[in-house]
Design a protein around this ligand. Structure first.
Ligand code: AOF
Ligand code: ZN
Length: 372
């Protein structure tokens, strides 16, 4: 196995635990002795061993004199587990290949330095994918809020539903499968109260085994989050049914009637009161830091227009994934994906960067990052 293949395997290990490690970064590690893989590992859910420790344990004595490929700079601190740098040194690893430095200021470059001081050769070969995988962790640690992906599907004329609210389905089956793969990588999925009412979504991951594309460690699924300032949600909603309710959080305004909060709690959902913004709605920035404190590292916002609009205005959307379906509604009354900002000149429009596009049958998926 060559360098490149070994790092790709480490990346696949990291990917297998995306959405399963929060608030820790998902990391993959591979130990290679004489061109043969002798151990692999991925970060455990909090607070089991880190990826490197799993890989070294799997390799056992074969780790002595071997190379370690790791998607993130090994940690050199004790938070919940002992430093990986110690384990690497003790195992007698000869060379370490790293695909991304740790954005945690307590580790950044210091993990590398410690390994070098111990006489280990360290190669930092930054891989874009490895950087992408740790973006949610980097956002959490630097900004104290989750990394936010906004996703929507729209027609060629930029509509997300008909004027009557019908949105099933704008995009095709293949696109919708991709959305379930995305849901499988995030910690929580958020919608506004209006979307919860009109669409009555489940916000669960539904993936046929053959479509998973990659082996993932099992988990109970992403947390479902509904933002509802007044907390008035009918108990008939699918998100509030007993099978889903225990994993559903409702962010209500601090002004939400206590009796209303009790109604929701009695259904089994977690009710989280959040201060209001100047418009008298749940303040999205405060909501996000509350979610971060509860361990949400990657949040997917699936609509609607009001919620996405306020997230956009607060500049908390990091990543956008938009499906464009080859359909036209042509109705001025049909809703747009995101509302509430006005820009006079095209040159002032907010632009995405790092654009990627894919074709899923007849739909285009456009993805990108915002500058900030
Ligand atoms: C690694 N390998 O698999 C992960 C790392 O004790 P914790 O889990 O809170 O982790 C402390 C820090 O270790 C964490 O903030 C991050 O910088 C790094 N995570 N490091 O060597 C891993 N998950
Ligand atoms: Zn570690």
């Amino acid at each position: 196995m060559d360098n490149h293949a070994a790092m790709q395997l480490a990346i696949a290990c990291a990917r297998s635990v995306e959405g399963r490690t929060s608030p820790r970064p998902p990391v993959g590690a591979v130990v290679v002795q004489d061109g043969t893989v002798v151990g692999t590992g991925a970060t455990s859910p909090p607070y089991g061993p880190h990826a490197e420790v799993h890989a070294l344990n799997a390799a056992g004595s074969a780790a002595y004199g071997a190379d370690l490929y790791v998607t993130l700079e090994p940690c050199c601190i004790t938070v919940h587990t002992p430093p990986c740098t110690d384990a690497i040194i003790q195992a007698g690893i000869r060379r370490v290949f790293i695909a991304a430095l740790d954005p945690n200021p307590r580790v950044y470059q210091q993990g590398v330095e410690l390994l070098r001081q111990a006489g280990i050769e360290v190669f930092i070969e930054v891989e874009e994918v490895a950087t992408d995988i740790i973006r949610p962790f980097a956002t959490l640690i630097k900004k104290g809020r989750p990394y936010v992906t906004a996703k929507w599907a729209m027609t060629l004329d930029g509509k997300i539903a008909t004027a009557s609210g019908d949105a099933r389905w704008i995009s095709g089956e293949r696109s919708r499968l991709w959305v379930h793969q995305l849901r499988d990588r995030v910690d929580a999925i958020m919608v506004g109260a209006h979307t919860a009412l009109v669409d009555d979504p489940q916000l669960t991951v539904r993936l046929p085994v053959e479509e998973q594309g990659l082996v993932r460690q099992p988990r109970s699924g992403p947390i479902r989050v509904v933002v509802s300032t007044n907390g008035e949600l009918p108990s008939s909603l699918r998100l509030l049914q007993p099978d889903l309710a225990s994993g559903t959080w409702v962010l209500v305004g601090e002004t939400c009637m206590l009796t209303q909060q009790q109604v929701l709690s009695s259904l089994g959902v977690t009710v989280i009161p959040v201060p209001l913004n100047e418009q008298g709605k749940v303040d999205i920035e405060v909501a996000l830091s509350t979610l971060a404190q509860r361990g949400i590292m990657h949040l997917l916002i699936e609509g609607g227009a009001q919620l996405l609009g306020s997230a956009f205005r607060q500049q908390v959307i990091d990543h956008v994934a938009v499906f464009i379906a080859p359909k036209i509604l042509g109705d001025a009354a049909a809703p747009s994906p995101l509302i509430g900002s006005s820009v006079t000149w095209m040159q002032d429009a907010t632009r995405l960067h790092s654009i990627q596009s894919h074709l899923f049958d007849e739909d285009i998926l456009l993805e990108g990052e915002f500058y900030h």
